[in-house]
Write a protein that binds this ligand. Structure first.
Ligand SMILES: Nc1ncnc2c1ncn2[C@@H]1O[C@H](COP(=O)(O)OP(=O)(O)O)[C@@H](O)[C@H]1O
Ligand SMILES: [Mg+2]
Length: 380
């Protein structure tokens, strides 16, 4: 008897401990039998649901607190994941459903439902749950903020790329305009100054003949004639720079050859030019020809200014309806990719792009420079 009593009191103490544990837990905890009826619930759980604990005892928990989704659509009991614990004999953890309060409102809940086993037999389920309204609200806010942010980024990116596109076309437009203006100025200089110089030269020559008896004045006139010639040469150079006439008269390939010949004559750089007959037969159209000419001009200026090269070669190969133009030097080279944007290279790239081509540079310190301009065949 004594042993039994002792056992009983031990049992009662243990039970009291369990009750205290359940009541002290901040989470809601309840148990259900196999028919879903509440067999116990702790104070925190009852409070969260807006009931007194003994109002809940014996009630079917699905119909009491878990009957509908947040949008008030009914949740059939066979979909109930709380009951699944004893139906399938395994635990379930859920954080995307709501539980319903006595006053008809609901709250976002997280719950875990685990089968209660007596020996091997499942006799019910124990459910722990908590109110995660605050967490869900923050999650939703976070989600909204992120969506807004993404929308803003997309908007900005679109605006930037539109601005980029307009800048591109503006740059292409300006470059066409500049070429037109240069041609216009060149024509004016040629017509006005050219005619005046020629007239001046004729008059000076006439005067010189008149002054055959006065050698001192003649020497003076010779100096004036020399000066006139120098001015005419300078004008021709400026004109050619403004608008390469050879481009208009003989086409791009001859104009490139002239560029190289000039460079070699001026600097002593060894220049090679490769332009096979296949290429020579092609014309690119005035817009593309002036663009390619300006690009090669800038590439050669760079060789002359920066490369300290001994030789430079230009090749223009026509293949499959497109052009592959290469300018290569054996100079000091440069590290690539460029660390800073410089306008020479930027301008060449933009010009190439404006005529549907692209420019690639290949170089390293000490390894010379290879520039390639690719022009795709015009889209039919
Ligand atoms: N052929 C070359 N060999 C070595 N360095 C080059 C060559 N071409 C360009 N560079 C380097 O790239 C830089 C940028 O060239 P660029 O954009 O034409 O500007 P800029 O000629 O006005 O300096 C040059 O300052 C030079 O350092
Ligand atoms: Mg340059």
């Amino acid at each position: 008897m004594f042993a039994d009593l002792k056992h009983l009191s031990h049992h009662a103490a243990w039970r009291r401990q369990l009750e205290m544990l359940l009541e002290s837990a901040g989470e809601g905890i309840y148990g259900i039998d196999l028919r879903g009826r509440c067999i116990f619930i702790n104070g925190a759980g009852a409070r969260m649901l807006g009931y007194a604990a003994d109002e809940i005892m014996g009630r079917n928990m699905h119909y009491l607190i878990h009957h509908s989704h947040a949008n008030r659509e009914l949740m059939p009991v066979h979909d109930c994941r709380i009951f699944r614990a004893f139906r399938d004999g395994r635990g379930e953890r859920v954080d995307d459903e709501v539980l319903w309060r006595r006053d008809g409102s609901c709250f976002d809940a997280e719950y875990a439902s685990y089968p209660i086993r007596n020996e091997q037999e499942v006799v019910g389920a124990v459910v722990t749950f908590s109110d995660i309204t605050a967490r869900k609200r923050i999650e939703r806010e976070l989600h909204n903020t992120q969506a807004q942010l993404e929308a803003r980024v997309a908007e900005r990116t679109a605006a930037l790329s539109a601005a980029h596109d307009s800048l591109r076309s503006l740059s292409a437009h300006l470059s066409t305009l500049r070429e037109q203006e240069r041609a216009h100025i060149a024509r004016n200089i040629h017509d006005d100054l050219g005619a005046s110089f020629t007239a001046l030269q004729l008059d000076l020559n006439w005067l010189r003949r008149q002054l055959a008896a006065q050698p001192a004045l003649q020497t003076h006139l010779d100096r004036m004639l020399d000066l006139t010639q120098t001015a005419m040469d300078a004008t021709r150079r400026i004109l050619n720079d403004l608008r390469p006439v050879v481009l208009d008269h003989l086409g791009l390939w001859a104009a490139l050859e002239t560029l190289l010949q000039d460079l070699q004559a001026r600097t002593g750089l060894q220049c090679r030019y490769l332009c096979p007959p296949d290429t020579e037969r092609q014309r690119l159209g005035p817009q593309a020809e002036i663009a390619v000419y300006r690009i090669v001009q800038e590439l050669l200026t760079n060789v002359q200014r920066h490369a300290r090269a001994r030789s430079v070669s230009v090749s223009a190969i026509w293949r499959d309806g497109g052009l592959l133009l290469a300018v290569e030097d054996d100079g000091v080279g440069m590290p690539l990719p460029e660390t800073r944007q410089t306008f020479g290279i930027l301008g060449m790239r933009e010009r190439a792009r404006a005529i549907g081509g692209d420019l690639t540079l290949d170089s390293a310190p000490g390894a010379g420079m290879r520039a390639r301009l690719r022009l795709n065949p015009p889209a039919a």
